[in-house]
Ligand binder design. Structure first.
Ligand code: GLN
Length: 197
């Protein structure tokens, strides 16, 4: 199994490590590596898109000729994708006013609307235990200038909330997390993603 981590900006190495750890825990042979070029994207069975700055990641994906190929593989080949924080924003169909303002292109692969920096700048970072549908004990979520999922529709289903906001959703084999599961030293969400592969 080969899992690519979009490696153009953001916390790439943390995701590579988390995927490798999850593979080990599941006893699945495979490799995790950063993807910056088309040849690398062509080799992966699934993709994670890390946290960072969604506008920057979006622009670089277009520039490096990865953007349209990710959309094509997801739509035509049902490639599994895990997007966290900025990656979650990129997976959404609707990025709200802020995404429109910056004119950044979204991959638009999940039926959900997100709001960037939804938890406010004064509290740029916080941690919270989340009740996640399908997990038997809470998941400790690390939120860094996190977006919120405002609503989901169609086949996209909310899996966890913090206060009144959705912070984890799944649509088929795509998962969007507003927080950073790669930073919790708990690999259950990455393992879940591997199961989708
Ligand atoms: N606030 C960032 C954005 O809008 C996301 C932050 C993150 O990925 N930690 O892209």
């Amino acid at each position: 199994m080969r899992v690519g981590v979009i490696g153009v900006q953001g916390d790439v190495s943390e995701h590579v490590d988390a995927v490798a750890r999850a593979m080990k825990e599941c006893g699945v042979p495979g490799e995790a590596f950063a993807v910056r070029r088309r040849e690398e994207l062509d080799r992966v069975d699934g993709l994670t898109i890390p946290g960072g700055e969604s506008t920057t990641i979006s622009k670089l994906l277009v520039k490096l000729d990865l953007f349209d190929e990710i959309v094509r593989r997801a739509r035509e080949e049902a490639m599994p994708i895990l997007g966290t924080c900025a990656g979650c924003i990129l997976l959404a169909k609707d990025g709200g006013v802020q995404a429109k303002k910056t004119g950044s292109r979204l991959l638009g692969l999940m039926d959900m609307a997100v709001d960037r920096n939804a938890f406010g700048r004064q509290k740029e970072s916080f941690e919270a235990d989340l009740e996640v549908t399908g997990l038997d004990r809470p998941f400790h979520g690390v939120f860094i200038r996190a977006p919120a999922i405002l609503r989901t529709w169609g086949e996209c289903k909310p899996l966890a909330r913090h206060e009144d906001k959705i912070v984890l959703a799944r649509e088929g084999n795509r998962i969007g997390a507003a927080f950073h599961p790669e930073l919790s030293n708990d690999f259950r969400i990455h393992r879940w993603f591997l199961e989708l592969l």
